[in-house]
Ligand binder design. Sequence first.
Ligand code: CTP
Length: 425
Amino acid sequence: GSFEVNLKKLLDENISPEGQELINIVGKWASQLGMRVFLVGGIVRDLLLGQKQKDLDIVVEGDALVLAQEVGKTLSAIKFIPHERFKTASIILKNGQKIDFSTSRVEFYQHPAALPDVEVSTIREDLYRRDFTINSMAIEITYGHIGELFDPFGGLLDLKEGIIRVLHNLSFVEDPTRILRALRFLGRFNFKLEENTEKLLIDAIAGGFLNLASPARILYELKLIFTEKDILKILKFLKHYGIFQEVFPKASYEEDFLKRYFNYTVEYLRLLKETKISWLHGVMGVYAKNLEGIEEFIKKYPLTGEEEEVLRQGASGIDEALILLSLPREVKGQEIFETLTKLPPEGYWALYLLLDRFRARERFKKYFEELRFIKPEITGEDLKALGLKPGPLYREILHKIKMLKIDGVLKNKDEEILYVKQNYF
Ligand code: CTP
């Protein structure tokens, strides 16, 4: 049964003033239209965990299109996007924020194109079709009922005890991507799988159900895995349940190596002045120990041409860079520059993970801290003033000067100008 819990205070404290204003307007309109309206899914879970919130996911017992339209009018939304067939609608506010409304329904569709009209249902049924108890709670926001928790499947208790539990025995079979979702939540929250849920997960894997999910949906889940804080932990779970090779064909799982995912991230991001590892970085990293394997990944998943290109380019450039950076002999700045500049950014992460020797790491650092910022002081304007005709030669000269600067041969603008005069006239 549901708990007698009121979360008004939690909403007040954790949702922005604009969010609360929005909730009030939605709630008032719903009550005026005789509908009930709820926040559902991840936002409820995260609120209860005291975590900061992203998007509002709204479910309506009633016609979501009608409610969305009224709310949109009241807030002078710049866009109203209805999906008659799925009884969902989105509005986009003036500040760019997007709010999704859906009518409570029975199916969780995997192939929207193949679906008949949705079957409208109660909020309870809407929650029942979801993945885990912790994601199957709702907070009512109908005016007069704001903050009432609706928790028919014991999500709050599982959340408190740190348990991932499916709502029914066919959950992983109906939607095999939930196998990956389960492992992702385990890793993110440091939770445990409830006993029967673990058995169902193992059975679904043994039954080959993960292969039945479309590669596009699996890829979507993999992308999400690489946005998590502790990627290693999730990779460990993939290995533990025997699906690491299935989702990353031909990648080799070497735990000591993959630990670097965790140990190196902060230093790497600081060095590159980036804020996070993108999913393509992640894929490159997973394949770092077997770069040829990346072709299998490309074959398996529907990537864009650009993504394929990045992975291929990364894979082919890393070996060369690795060798150069590890050479025992003196290596010129120019050599480092020319080798590293060819790699796509996604390749740097895999390369960084592979660097074992201090010398190689120092060279890698040198590129990111110094070499990549070095530029000639003279410009095209200067070349023009010297009397050189504008053309492709300019690029060549400027590149040459940059290389000489990188190697410390040219030290200032005067020397650069002198160099041009001596070599190009
Ligand atoms: N959901 C589900 N089965 C899936 C995907 C989603 O039942 N395969 C349901 C869950 O109730 C989930 C909600 O849809 O809470 C929203 O999905 P999504 O935004 O993908 O996940 P969140 O739970 O919000 O998780 P995250 O914090 O990772 O965004």
